[in-house]
Design a protein around this ligand. Structure first.
Ligand code: ZN
Ligand code: ZN
Length: 220
């Protein structure tokens, strides 16, 4: 009997304990969105930066502003879930999934690695940088989810020379794409890409837009 009571007490204690920790769990899974501030936002931003997003000159500053909204929408679009820019449990799960993917070679919901193949030989080098595709998803979401075509992604040295690309073109480094967005003027695509590719390359052309994730700001 004593043992029975002991077990019962143990089970009862477990339920009381579960009730006690339940509110703490709810607080930990707080929804983060535009205007949110604090340590949880900083932690979210650090993950987004690890995924290759640019969050502006102040980086992970604990302030959920427009850069963070765009990056979150990029993850949501890349995952094929609603692009509302709000971080709840579904988006958190996706962020964790993306953190485990390779830095080069991953496809997203709307951009397949195969779309970036060199048009002359089908090569992809070592695979396109995953963060390029994530940022293209952010741009796609920012433009209302319109269909985006990759005119040129990876270029082998021979093809790069043929199209008159620069000798050190970022297209040969698997970090660049020339894109067209259905029904959106290239000038509008470029102005929307300004912040998302704030630490990358952005080239404005009459019929397409060049974007890349070279790691420093370049404009032409
Ligand atoms: Zn080629
Ligand atoms: Zn280009």
């Amino acid at each position: 009997m004593k043992l029975f009571h002991g077990k019962k007490l143990l089970i009862m204690s477990f339920f009381v304990f579960a009730l006690l920790i339940a509110p703490a769990n709810v607080a930990k899974a707080a929804v983060l969105q535009s205007g949110s501030t604090g340590a949880e936002v900083t932690a979210l931003q650090q993950k987004l930066i690890r995924l290759g997003f640019y969050l502006g000159p102040s980086g992970a500053d604990g302030d959920f502003g427009q850069y963070t909204v765009d990056a979150v929408k990029g993850i949501q679009s890349a995952s094929g879930i609603t692009t509302d820019g709000i971080v709840g449990s579904a988006t958190n799960t996706k962020i964790t999934e993306w953190l485990s993917k390779p830095a080069y070679g991953a496809s997203t919901a709307h951009f397949s690695q195969s779309e970036f193949k060199c048009s002359c030989c089908g090569s992809l080098g070592g695979g396109m940088k995953t963060s390029l595709l994530l940022r293209l998803e952010a741009l796609r979401a920012k433009l209302g989810g319109k269909s985006t075509t990759v005119n040129s992604g990876y270029r082998c040295a021979k093809h790069n020379a043929e199209v008159g690309g620069e000798d050190n073109s970022y297209h040969m480094k698997s970090v660049a794409a020339d894109i067209q967005v259905s029904g959106v003027a290239p000038s509008t695509v470029a102005s929307n890409a300004e912040t998302i590719f704030g630490d990358g390359g952005l080239g404005r052309y009459s019929t397409f837009t060049h974007v890349d994730v070279r790691g420093y700001r370049a404009r032409w």
